[in-house]
Design a protein around this ligand. Structure first.
Ligand code: AHR
Length: 508
């Protein structure tokens, strides 16, 4: 099978906002306790954070992390997490049926973000609480001094405000499971009023309104239309969430699911355009895809905790063990986000550590990279710059749910400062190698810098504590760059990250 691709520096889609490669950490399962925070762990630093986990987080280089939830935030009192740790209350977390010690609150999480070199994106509770708690939290986090909450922060040991720009107005408020679930009209009104209050404090904040929890919700996409109708001018982003499953164990269907995400983005972009036109507005709301990942491996085993009668502290929850085919899909999903970078400005893999995560830990033991770590880290590290609008000529296949799924999923990102092009490619075909020919002549010259390949003979192969490198990238040898053409072979079911040094571009 052949794939002919043409890339040219003048044909571009959008400049990527680096926050497209964000992450998410929720007070859920072992994400915080036993994940990022474990004071008794041999690698723990003076703040109690695991440095082995910090190293892996820094290796990814995610620019922003959403916190503290998720479903958790809808009954969370942010004040429970400030002040002397020994005085903090233990609460029942109604979202995940566990106990929350509040040992980690905003100060500790901010310290962790500093160490991880990552910005915070904070969510306010619009479920059990509302405008008042939200405005107080923002004042605590962002006001320099001389007010009740800013002075409380200073008294609690932090002189400088954290100056967090990005705020989520609740989480999944369309979901009947959510504490304080609301109708679209109710939520749209509350989001608008909360945004007004937060903007009265600081008009430069970036605010995210909740979109639907997923594209199967009965209220989707009317939810987005109604919510945006009520708060369009007051917010900057509408959130989207999507989780992928392979219960039917059908590889062709599974690898086609990124197209579903593409349609989801397209539909919500259409809703945004409709409301913008209806309001005769010049304001542009963008998409914040702040939860996406594969999530299904752990659902059965989690029922015990979620439906149990006790309230365990930091039990293993949502601990999906990802296999090689998951990594292939995640490569396609990231490519979708990159291709849609004209509308999707922020996205967060859900989540980062232990809970449906690229990084896993044993409490008291080792930390390792799951299979999905690799496509995520490659994209986060190298997918910075301008998305190329490439011409791709390759065979497609159809599934029950999707039509025209290309055998080659490819994106290219041009970093004009560094003079490099990064290519992210997945051969979706289970049977055929792809003979690849990419014309890069518009870039003048092209020299192969790096070719990393993720491949495994067993689709279900996974990394574990005892076999952490079962699925790991190796240097590729099947591609070569000559006369500004990249050509060679992509094996069936393989993922590739290629970096190319490009020369001076041709004149316009
Ligand atoms: O990421 C896990 C959960 O998925 C989040 O808490 C919630 O927002 C979503 O339903």
């Amino acid at each position: 099978m052949h794939a002919k691709v043409t890339a040219h520096p003048r044909f571009t889609r959008a400049r990527i906002d680096d926050r497209l490669y964000g992450a998410f950490i929720e007070h859920l399962g072992r994400a915080v306790y036993g994940g990022i925070y474990e004071p008794d762990h041999p690698s723990a630093n003076a703040h109690g954070f695991r440095t082995d986990v910090l190293d892996l987080v820094r290796e990814i280089g995610a620019p922003v992390v959403r916190y503290p939830g998720g479903n958790f935030v809808s009954a969370y009192n942010w004040e429970d997490g400030i002040g002397p740790v020994e005085d903090r209350p233990t609460r029942l977390d109604l979202a995940w049926h566990t106990r929350e010690s509040n040992e980690v609150g905003i100060h500790e999480f901010a310290d962790w973000c500093d160490a991880a070199n990552i910005d915070m994106m904070l969510a306010v509770n619009l479920g059990s609480r509302g405008i008042d708690a939200a405005r107080n939290f923002v004042e605590y986090v962002n006001h320099p001094s001389g007010s009740y909450w800013s002075d409380a922060r200073i008294a609690n040991g932090r002189a400088e405000p954290w100056d967090v720009k990005l705020w989520c107005l609740g989480n999944e408020m369309d979901g009947p499971w959510q504490i304080g679930h609301k109708t679209a009209e109710e939520y749209g009104h509350l989001a608008n009023e909360t945004a007004k209050a937060l903007r009265a404090f600081d008009p430069s904040l970036e605010l995210v309104a909740c979109g639907s929890s997923n594209a199967e919700m009965p209220t989707y996409p009317e939810w987005e239309a109604t919510v945006l109708d009520r708060c369009y001018e007051a917010v900057d982003y509408i959130s989207l969430h999507m989780y992928f499953t392979n219960y039917a164990d059908d590889l062709r269907d599974y690898l086609a699911l990124s197209q579903k995400m593409d349609r989801y983005i397209g539909s919500i972009a259409g809703v945004i355009d409709y409301i913008q036109a209806k309001k005769r507005s010049r304001h542009q709301v963008a998409i914040c895809f702040d939860e996406w990942n594969v999530w299904y491996h752990s659902t059965e085993q989690d029922k015990q905790v979620l439906q149990g009668s006790d309230w365990p502290f930091a039990p293993p929850l949502l601990e999906d063990v990802y296999n090689f085919e998951d990594a292939l899909l995640i490569g396609c999903v990231l490519n979708t986000l990159i291709r849609r970078a004209d509308r999707v400005k922020i996205a967060c893999i859900a989540q980062l550590v232990n809970v449906i995560a690229p990084i896993m830990t044993e409490t008291g033991g080792v930390a390792w990279r799951q299979t999905i770590f690799y496509p995520y880290a490659f994209a986060a590290r190298h997918g910075r710059g301008t998305v190329l609008d490439m011409d791709v000529d390759v065979a497609c296949y159809d599934t029950a749910g999707e039509a025209n799924v290309p055998m080659l999923d490819i994106t290219g990102v041009h970093d004009t400062d560094a003079g490099t092009v990064a290519l992210f490619m997945i051969n979706r075909s289970p049977d055929d190698a792809l003979s690849l020919d990419i014309d890069l002549q518009g870039f003048g010259t092209a020299r192969l810098i790096e070719h990393q390949v993720l491949q495994h003979s067993d689709l279900k192969a996974a990394n574990t504590a005892s076999r952490p490198n079962e699925v790991a990238p190796v240097e590729g040898e099947s591609l070569a760059c000559e006369q500004a053409r990249l050509s060679g072979r992509l094996d069936p079911l393989s993922y590739h990250c290629v970096r190319i040094q490009v020369g001076a571009t041709t004149a316009a």
